[in-house]
Design a binder for this molecule. Structure first.
Ligand code: ADP
Length: 187
């Protein structure tokens, strides 16, 4: 199954993807995780991305496209994937469709995990205490939320037009939300 997970920072995408990857037996591909790894390894991409991520801005589309193209072409993604963190704007959504058309493997479901802004800010503040991520400071959280509203939220309309969008309520406990997602996927 080929799934795109959409939702604001802190909506629980990563948590749900970690469960789904096991139940669906397809890889969880998180661009945030891939980028943080690149930063840690100080690869060329990591060096270019680090400061941008620490400001809460988007890494340039061409760098992201190269990264995602490479990852989706790997053998383990043949049976499907759960994409988490990509696409993050309309041009990435179009680019992704291009890559997947070449692979003859279009997106089947776009799942939006909906959580309202007040809950999000709360959750991210808590996560900041636990994970020590350099982009979880209050100022950068605000910036990431703004980028989400301006650039990423329109991506839901893109998938709605393709009749691929399903929205799931992201409030509740982890199992409850997972059950909603499974129902939405008919799985
Ligand atoms: P969150 O979902 O909490 O916003 P992620 O781990 O998905 O966090 O992403 C962290 C940061 O990595 C983003 O703020 C951004 O700088 C960068 N990033 C991740 N995915 C993309 C992408 N598709 N395009 C551009 N930048 C990205």
């Amino acid at each position: 199954m080929r799934i795109v997970l959409l939702g604001a920072p802190g909506s629980g995408k990563g948590t749900q993807a970690t469960i789904l990857t096991k139940t669906l037996n397809v890889p969880h591909i998180s661009t945030g995780v891939l980028l943080r790894q690149a930063v840690q390894d100080q690869t060329e991409l990591g060096q270019q991305a680090e400061a941008i991520m620490n400001r809460g801005e988007l890494v340039p589309d061409d760098l992201m496209l190269a990264l995602i193209k490479e990852r989706l072409s790997q053998d383990d993604a043949k049976p499907g994937f759960i994409l988490d963190g990509y696409p993050r704007n309309l041009s990435q959504a179009e680019a992704l469709d291009g890559v997947l058309a070449e692979l003859n493997a279009p997106v089947e479901h776009a799942l939006l995990i909906h959580v309202d802004v007040d809950h999000i800010v709360d959750r991210l503040a808590k996560r900041a205490e636990l994970e020590n991520r350099s982009d979880d400071t209050p100022e950068v959280i605000r910036k990431r939320m703004q980028v989400y509203e301006e650039k990423t939220a329109p991506v839901t309309g893109y998938y709605q037009q393709q009749n691929k969008l399903t929205q799931v309520d992201g409030l509740g406990d982890i199992e409850e939300i997972n059950a909603r997602i499974s129902a939405a996927l008919g799985h």
